[in-house]
Design a protein around this ligand. Sequence first.
Ligand code: PMP
Length: 427
Amino acid sequence: SAQPRHIRELIDRRAKVLGPGYQLFYTNPVEVSRGSGVHLYDPAGNEYLDAYNNVVSLGHCHPAVVEAVTRQLSTLTTNTRYLQEDLLDFSERLLATFPAELDRVTYTCTGSEANDLALRIARAHTGNTGIIVTRNAYHGVTAEVAAFSPSLGPTSPLGPHVRTISAPDPLRHGDVTGMLRSEIRAAIEDLQQHDFGVCALVVDSIFSSDGVQPFPTDLLGVLAAEVRAAGGVYLADEVQAGFGRTGAGWWGFGRHDVVPDLVTLGKPMGNGIPVAATVLRNEIGREFGQKVRYFNTFGGSNVPIAAASAVLDTIEREGLIDNAREIGAQLLSGFTEIVERHPFLVEARGAGLFLGIEVTEPDSTEPDREAAQSLVDDLRENFVLVSASGPHGNVVKIRPPLVFSAADAALLLERFADAAARVRRCA
Ligand code: PMP
């Protein structure tokens, strides 16, 4: 047919002009030309249910963001070196969603920059350089941040000042919190012996690239206490878990009942406009502020702030945190039923609209990456978009826009059940 040739041509043209490192989703890649709400469309007009895009957490092309950005773009676009009330209004509202101790915000454009800045601040504060992350964590693309992003793999080696600990995995380990407490103590001791000292524990609050691990929720408090006792700080990476995704308040760390020293935000913050931030306790930033000037041309500029402000408004006005909790519960119970019917699906887990379904060899906990990929590809052929993650690529990752409705969830479950039945027949 005509489309496969067109698709082949697009793949070919990408290979000729795009720089190294680009990847496509799906064995049969999807061409998209339009998005609206929870749907993406290809040029032929086929409608795909988007159960994966967390950047557009209000849905694709949400009118409130489109309107705010358009208005701002035709009113003023400049940087933070002028007095502007909008920036302060937004910052006050954003900080009000955090525990009172977290009382300062610096804007960047990407989550990577937010983590990069957070680390510089942490280094200035602690005087140490050692960093602890989980074994398959991802925190961003700058050279500094890639050095503590083990999920990038062996071609992007960790820095000598970086130590990893296991991510929680209750399916395979018993006393997860006790186990990780021992591991972090060993990492701290090792960093101290090598004269790095302890600068920061950096953790994605829902362990996204470690395979989506929402439990146990007593874990982050214990790890934060260990790192603080060693003179380090706790940085919560909320780039994926934040802005209501877990359905339990604004921030993923809240589920763990702990207050971080630094928090980084990104992805859904502007519903598609690049805007990110580092939130911190004032006292943590003092040394950095005295020594270093930080200016980010687009960070905190007018259009991103207008987008972020519309996002905050819309999450509140449309009750999207409650929606994430309610629809997330519907999905989790539906996926749990499906898992019970298939020996190669071992667990459905999640918090709000962030779910993982773990695919294994039948009746075991041995990861099965190929079966997970078959599920993802099968769903794509049936116009449902999800992906897979985790250290073994065997966790189907479900992360739809927060506006997902009960009907969208029912359709996703129906298509997933059909795909699972087909994948089992092939096995
Ligand atoms: N932290 C986490 C947890 C992320 O998932 C990502 C992006 N996948 C980043 C940081 C980096 O964000 P960005 O791509 O905006 O630089």
